[in-house]
Design a protein around this ligand. Structure first.
Ligand SMILES: [Zn+2]
Ligand SMILES: [Zn+2]
Length: 264
């Protein structure tokens, strides 16, 4: 079993140390995982500041949210990865980034990513034309939106993300349901197009337990059944992902997420 989405968070609380890193290995072994993908979010690194311009200029809350988190240089992370890679561990480990894809700044993003080589890059949509649709403190903004339009835009941005050719995987597709808004429309053609683009660019899609883990235990686990079935029908590579933000959550929900995938 794999967990392809585990946040490192600068080694919070003790920093990038071997002890902290080995903690992930230990929990992974206890949970029965063969492979883990560790990642940092691009919004943690000052090198990506320009990418977040549309997000920071959207409102004061988002400006402060990004500023508070964008505290370190990516150089500390890449240096740490080099050190860790000198040792073999009983669990396979990949190191990468969860990258916010923002169409307006995609060219800048591509340029920055060109400076680094990671084992994987998972692209995520957290911002729709500047608005952090999945932020609990921005939830009220949904009330002023047309849900169908938001869904359409979410998918369009994911299509562009895939077409950019920058990514190995797509993080938590279907995160748009985070606050329970459902569109009054059939999304089949969007699901089909997403499947086609994922295959075209050799990308995997996450079957992510992130919403269940980090938002509400009431939320549907992983991909919605229709999207999952379209991805499976099109033989899209699907990987299980906890979206753990702390070590004790490594491998959370993975067995159940794995069981959902029929074509294994
Ligand atoms: Zn994410
Ligand atoms: Zn994440």
């Amino acid at each position: 079993m794999k967990d392809v989405h585990i946040h490192f968070l600068h080694g919070d609380p003790i920093g990038y140390t071997m002890d902290f890193f080995e903690g992930f290995i230990k929990v992974a072994q206890e949970t029965g995982l063969d492979e883990i993908y560790l990642l940092e979010h691009t919004h943690q690194f000052t090198e990506f500041e320009k990418v977040y311009e549309p997000v920071q200029s959207y409102n004061e809350f988002q400006y402060n949210w990004v500023t508070k988190r964008m505290t370190e240089s990516i150089a500390d992370y890449t240096r740490f990865i080099k050190t860790v890679k000198k040792t073999d561990y009983p669990v396979k480990v990949k190191f990468g980034l969860e990258v916010c894809y923002i169409p307006k700044t995609a060219d800048i993003l591509s340029e920055i990513l060109g400076n680094y080589k990671f084992d994987f890059l998972t692209g995520s949509v957290h911002w729709i034309d500047g608005w952090g649709f999945d932020h609990p403190r921005q939830k009220e903004t949904w009330e002023s939106k047309n849900v169908e339009e938001v869904y359409k835009r979410y998918y369009e941005i994911m299509f562009q993300l895939c077409e950019s050719g920058l990514f190995s995987g797509l993080a938590h597709p279907d995160s748009i349901k985070c606050f329970g808004h459902k569109p009054n429309m059939d999304l089949t053609e969007y699901y089909n197009k997403l499947a086609m683009l994922l295959n075209k660019h050799g990308m995997y899609a996450e079957n992510s337990g992130g919403l269940r883990l980090n938002y509400s235990p009431e939320l549907e686990l992983g991909l919605n059944p229709q999207l999952l079935s379209v991805l499976e029908k099109n033989k899209v590579q699907i990987e299980t992902a906890s979206d753990a933000h702390k070590q004790s959550d490594v491998g959370a929900n993975i067995r159940e997420l794995e069981r959902m995938i029929k074509h294994r």
